[in-house]
Ligand binder design. Structure first.
Ligand code: XMP
Length: 319
């Protein structure tokens, strides 16, 4: 039996031995895993670490600001933030196939990351917040042998292209252990407890074509939904909760006028590792409160539905 304090000390020694006096780049996603990896590595090698955060325009409400505040202001970790929204939006225009969207985002992410890495003079190592389930899921999947359900987004391909070696200090850990390690490292509870967020971001929560307008609508609906979940004290009981913006418009009535706007689906699941999941059984009154608020407060949405699909047969994300 080991404790998180021991794990922390062991990993810090390992990172120092592996990296020596060389430089490390870490791509932050806004999620818990890359943040914990970055803080751990920073503790081991300090200023030899530079973090890069690519804002692809597919982030949740205020996510970029939160990351900037935490890393630059709180931890004093060198952080490069890349504003790449326009690049991603123009590349996503016209793409509707889920795998094409995923592949474009993964490839463009690597392009942007590589450009930034060159600007700051490169590095010998690339740090990743890879977890144990990521290691397994890339080998096998519950869907059966050699079936790709979804191509996973990470910075795979980059290490070879840039001739970088990998630092992956979380490879043995499960999500709940990463959260414990994050706490051990002093990351704020509100950050450590955040729900997982996929690399391709909001793009896979907007079936069909993605645009900045659609992302803006989805961000607002998602923020209202999460605020209601936090207010109800349910956030920590849920593995992941998020809104999905459907490319379907339906007719509604508001005041004495006709509306013709998007449908928003709400998703909430419980899970221990994301491999299987059950829907979260909200009270009907909670869901109708969310629906009312979203329709009243978010222009572009006039209907809200709740997703009752477990995994399997569904996946957690819609694409
Ligand atoms: P699915 O939708 O496959 O998702 O049931 C399982 C878990 O993985 C997350 N997810 C991703 N995470 N890159 C990531 O880092 C991805 O491309 C990606 N796709 C899905 C999803 O949010 C859920 O937690």
């Amino acid at each position: 039996e080991w404790t998180m304090a021991e794990f922390r000390a062991t990993k810090i020694a390992e990172i120092r031995a592996q990296v020596g006096d060389q430089r490390v780049l870490c791509g932050l996603s806004g999620g818990v895993d890359s943040a914990v990896a970055a803080v751990l590595i920073h503790e081991a090698i300090g200023e030899q670490l530079t973090c890069v955060f690519v804002d692809h325009g597919l982030l949740r409400m205020n996510e970029r600001e939160q990351v900037e505040r935490l890393f630059r202001d709180h931890y004093n970790i060198p952080l490069v933030v890349v504003d790449a929204e326009e690049r991603f939006m123009s590349g996503l225009a016209g793409l509707t196939d889920p795998e094409k969207k995923r592949k474009f985002i993964g490839a463009e992410f690597i392009n942007v990351f590589e450009e930034e890495a060159k600007k700051i003079g490169g590095a010998d190592f690339l740090a990743q917040g890879t977890l144990y389930p990521d290691v397994i899921e890339s080998v096998s999947f519950t869907g059966g042998p050699s079936v790709t359900i979804k191509s996973h987004h990470n910075v795979g391909g980059l290490p070879e292209r840039m001739n970088m070696k990998l630092v992956e200090p979380l490879r043995e850990l499960f999500k709940d252990e990463v959260r414990l390690l994050g706490k051990e490292l002093g990351l704020p509870d509100i950050f450590v407890g955040r729900h997982p967020f996929p690399g391709p971001g909001l793009a896979i929560r907007i079936p069909g074509e993605v645009s900045k307008d659609r992302c803006d609508i989805l961000r607002k609906a998602d923020a209202v939904y999460l605020e209601e979940i936090r207010n109800a004290g349910l956030y920590d009981a849920i593995w992941q909760a998020f809104a999905v913006l459907l490319p379907v418009k339906t007719v509604g009535v508001m005041g004495d006028g006709r509306t013709y706007d998007h449908v928003c689906a709400l998703r909430a699941v419980t899970s221990t590792d994301g491999m299987t999941a059950d829907i979260y059984p909200f009270d009907a009154s909670f869901l109708s409160r969310c629906a009312t608020r979203i329709i009243n407060e978010v222009q572009g949405i006039n209907r809200v539905v709740y997703d009752y699909t477990s995994k399997p047969p569904g996946t957690i994300e819609w694409e």
